[in-house]
Design a protein around this ligand. Structure first.
Ligand code: FE2
Length: 349
């Protein structure tokens, strides 16, 4: 998703940063009991409702610093042992991995988290936990393509799709994580071959975000693309980018259903090793995997909950059930540097 750079992150000092958020400096730096300092790169209004509900339930006040994930990670590193940060909440496994590599997380042991979040969606040592899932799938022009022509991610690299694919650039972390999943499943060589095939099949040089790819397919500029399902949901009637002409022209195809399943990425959070309010942060994470919180959290951006038996956003539910690739999302991060190299070697701009 586009994540807006917040001006306060360029403000230099933490005092200025906090002042810009409207928080009182002493509330964050003094870290009194009953508070939680959340650094978040998510920017959905519904997240606010969760913070309110949690505060009402527990009496713990949430002070929030919003910003770009990489800036928040650097900020926590620069703040060092004086960092007020308790919890870093961000999207994409590769960013969680970067935070882990930056050494800012401390492991957490929690039965609630371990019982509710499937193994493949949490760090093996408890350094971070996924809280929502997003599926990156094939979307097609349903006037030009019959879904029987579709099968796997691998197939999109075959010559039959020459000049028929649009896809965003290789500097997009969602594509990097998809390629990282291919490395985990197919190995380096086959993944590079796949990337070359995709580049050969591009109907235009990569440009724009997921919504732009969907628009290009709806307009007939290409037949297929790879996109996260929540972006299509934004075009549904009464949604933020409501556009029935686009929404109705697009089919959703979950690839690799006879094999490993469709690629999923996550949003997630880890507890900062210097957290002044560690117990509150754990309590908040545990709250976020409760069914009511999962419903709000996932539906806020039309994502999938990580906990089973939680209602889906109705638009997403209409796309149908699917089998997901259960490769541990930690591997998506580990494979990220190689994924970037492979895409570059393959000429994926
Ligand atoms: Fe996104």
């Amino acid at each position: 998703m586009p994540i807006k750079r917040r001006s306060f992150l360029r403000a230099g000092s933490i005092t200025a940063a906090i002042a810009a958020t409207g928080l009182k400096t002493n509330q964050v730096s003094a870290a009194p009991k009953g508070e939680l300092n959340l650094y978040s790169s998510r920017h959905y209004d519904t997240d606010e409702l969760l913070y309110q509900n949690f505060s009402e339930l527990t009496g713990i006040k949430i002070n929030r610093l919003k910003g770009d994930a990489d800036e928040l990670i650097s900020r926590i590193q620069n703040e060092g042992r004086n960092s007020p940060a308790d919890l870093l909440l961000t999207v994409d496994a590769a960013r969680l991995w970067r935070a882990e590599q930056a050494g800012i997380f401390a492991p957490v042991t929690s039965e609630v988290l371990e019982e509710n979040i499937p193994d493949n969606l949490r760090h093996p040592e408890g350094l971070w936990f996924s809280l929502t899932k997003r599926a990156r799938v094939i979307m097609y022009n349903n006037r030009q393509i019959d879904p029987s022509q579709l099968s796997t991610y691998e197939d999109l690299a075959s010559p039959k799709w020459r000049d028929r694919v649009v896809v965003r650039s290789s500097n997009n972390v969602y594509n990097q994580s998809l390629v990282a999943s291919l490395i985990a499943n197919l190995g380096e060589e086959a993944t590079e071959k796949w990337c070359r095939g995709i580049v050969n099949n591009m109907a235009r040089p990569p440009q724009g975000g997921d919504m732009d790819q969907i628009k290009a397919v709806a307009s007939g500029l290409a037949d297929v693309t790879l996109a996260n399902t929540y972006y299509l949901a934004r075009f549904a009637p009464d949604r933020s980018a409501s556009n029935p002409a686009i929404f109705n022209r697009i089919g959703v195809f979950f690839p690799n259903q006879d094999g490993r399943g469709a690629h999923v990425n996550v949003s997630g959070a880890g507890i900062v090793k210097t957290a002044p309010n560690r117990a509150n942060a754990i309590r908040f994470l545990e709250y976020l995997v409760s069914p009511p919180a999962q419903a709000i959290f996932a539906q806020g951006n039309s994502e999938y909950p990580v906990v089973s038996n939680v209602p889906l956003d109705p638009v997403i539910a209409r796309f149908g059930d699917f089998t997901e690739d259960r490769v541990n999302v930690a591997q998506l991060g580990e494979n990220n540097p190689l994924a970037v190299k492979i895409m570059d070697r393959a000429g994926w701009r």
